[in-house]
Ligand binder design. Structure first.
Ligand code: ADP
Ligand code: MG
Length: 500
């Protein structure tokens, strides 16, 4: 069956393209809220207890009549940093507006946001694509505006409760152009934006707590068509992996709706990560529904260009710059340098590791360990490296032992797992676990000789030109040495013996 979509005849053979634009809410790491002196975040180590519910609120957060908002200067400073680091133009005049809607966690009946005059506009980000990150693509950033967060409603035991601790928390919303064409591109964009805001120090970056959350706008169209299709907005996904999966699911769902001849409706959807499905939340509201108007309680935000320039001058080295420096300074590949610098705490940790006892020559090996086994453990546990038992000297010690062939890479991975679990000292663990490689020819020779004597059939095969059996002998010898033999040395010795 063929149907019409965007003026084209489409059927099951039509190749579709996904179009994605992302809106990311970044929670700014200021001490107080955006318009009130209430505490904005728990300090590190503090936990949320029953008693702390609604503790971080003032009359402003609770929307009491007669209270007035006062803009937090630090939040403005942070928002400008976000704009500069994403190549935006900073508007010297921007305006706070009221966005009206009713919900129990929004006592004022409106959210203060920026509408027609946002603080930052016309920026872009470079993302890296391809197996080795060799392709660069520019993703446009439409605008970055400042706004306040709403509170939280909790529905339990037949009651609905409101916690206003989050009400008035400062946010920037980073709105991208619909420039992305695949879940991978969306993931790369999010990871890059995340790396930037955490590197700037303007966001704590705790994904579980919603410090960085994303609405994904998704539409599909037949490849080659320039018009955009009808989009769905998937709300509040706070894991990069889930955003990718939600987009993948949603694009396929839309394709099927189109092919079935049904109409796509513009709507807001939610993603259920357990079922890996999106479902309808509500029909999409339009700007008119919110009755935006400039908030009469707040003056327009007017900046001097000298203020903006002094902030620009104080920006730290950004992830892309750091990646390029790591490539030059430590001879890392673009890909490895990109991975290391996509996480600020890992990047700093890496530099500390290789600065120990002039460990520059260890850089590649340290990077491999951090990206590989250590990275996997950290990701799985969603723990920052600074909160883990890993120490920079662990990795420089390990890299040294790998490079001077004291331990194999496989053994090093074992040590990483032990360090992860219990910390400790590398050389002690290597000894305790008996991981030192046998590099001693005279120790390996008799072992290999015995295997050759015991396996005449495989020796025949080798003589008949089957080089593959070398692997068999190396494997057997590895087993006999409990994985402690130096593999390169083993291989060489096996060939020598078989030929000799
Ligand atoms: P809102 O969702 O607040 O109404 P906008 O009109 O500014 O806001 O669009 C929000 C996002 O939707 C932007 O990131 C934009 O790139 C993206 N977008 C717009 N049209 C499409 C489309 N047809 N397909 C995918 N994304 C789109
Ligand atoms: Mg939106």
């Amino acid at each position: 069956m063929s149907v019409q979509y965007l003026g084209q005849t489409v059927d099951h053979n039509t190749e579709f393209e996904t179009v994605i634009g992302l809106e990311v809410h970044v929670q700014l790491a200021t001490d107080s809220k955006i318009f009130s002196s209430a505490k904005s975040r728990l300090t590190l180590g503090e936990s949320v207890s029953e008693e702390s519910v609604n503790a971080n609120t003032t009359e402003v957060c609770a929307g009491h009549p007669g209270t007035l908002p006062a803009l937090n200067e630090k939040a403005v400073d942070y928002a400008i940093r976000a704009g500069l680091a994403t190549n935006c133009k900073i508007n010297l005049k921007s305006v706070f507006s009221r966005k009206h809607y009713f919900y129990a966690d929004l006592p004022k009946g409106y959210q203060i946001s920026q509408f027609d005059l946002p603080l930052c506009e016309h920026g872009f980000l470079d993302i890296e694509l391809g197996e080795q990150g060799e392709v660069t693509k520019k993703i446009g950033i439409t605008r970055i505006h400042m706004e306040e967060d709403a509170g939280k409603s909790v529905h339990e035991h037949g009651f609905s409760l409101v916690n206003l601790n989050r009400a008035g928390t400062p946010l920037v919303e980073v709105v991208s152009e619909p420039d992305m064409r695949s879940p991978e591109e969306a993931g790369a964009y999010l990871r890059k934006l995340y790396a930037i805001v955490t590197c700037l120090g303007i966001c704590d970056g705790n994904l579980q707590e919603g410090n960085f959350r994303c609405d994904a706008n998704v539409s599909v169209r037949p490849k080659g068509v320039t018009k955009f299709g009808t989009r769905a907005e998937i709300k509040n996904v706070n894991s990069f992996r889930f955003v990718e999966k939600a987009i993948e699911y949603e694009a396929e769902r839309q394709r099927q709706v189109i092919l079935s001849g049904d109409h796509l409706v513009q709507e807001t959807r939610l993603y259920d990560s357990q079922k890996n499905q999106t479902y309808t939340m509500r029909a999409k509201e339009e700007a008119e529904d919110y009755r935006y108007f400039p908030d009469p309680d707040l003056l327009p935000l007017v900046l001097e260009s000298s203020q903006v320039e002094s902030i620009r001058a104080s920006l730290p080295e950004l992830p892309d710059q750091m990646r390029d420096r790591f490539m030059k300074e430590y001879a890392l590949t673009r890909y490895d340098a990109g991975l290391i610098t996509s996480n600020q705490s890992i990047a700093r940790f890496f530099e500390e590791s290789v600065s120990i006892a002039d460990g520059r020559s260890l850089a590649k090996t340290v990077a491999n360990l951090l990206i590989g086994e250590a990275g996997r453990l950290l990701n799985e546990a969603a723990v920052s490296i600074v909160e883990s038992k890993f120490r920079p000297e662990h990795f420089s010690d390990l890299a040294r032992l790998i490079l001077d062939k004291t331990i194999s890479v496989t053994a090093a991975k074992q040590v990483v797992i032990i360090l992860w679990q219990e910390g400790g000292e590398v050389s002690l663990i290597v000894d305790r676990e008996g991981l030192r490689q046998v590099n001693d020819l005279s120790a390996l020779e008799p072992i290999i000789q015995k295997i050759i004597d015991d396996n005449p059939k495989q020796v025949e095969e080798f003589r008949a030109g089957k080089d593959k059996v070398i692997g068999f002998f190396v494997g057997q010898a590895m087993k006999a040495t409990q994985g402690k033999a130096n593999p390169a040395m083993l291989q060489e010795l096996v060939i020598q013996k078989l030929k000799g």
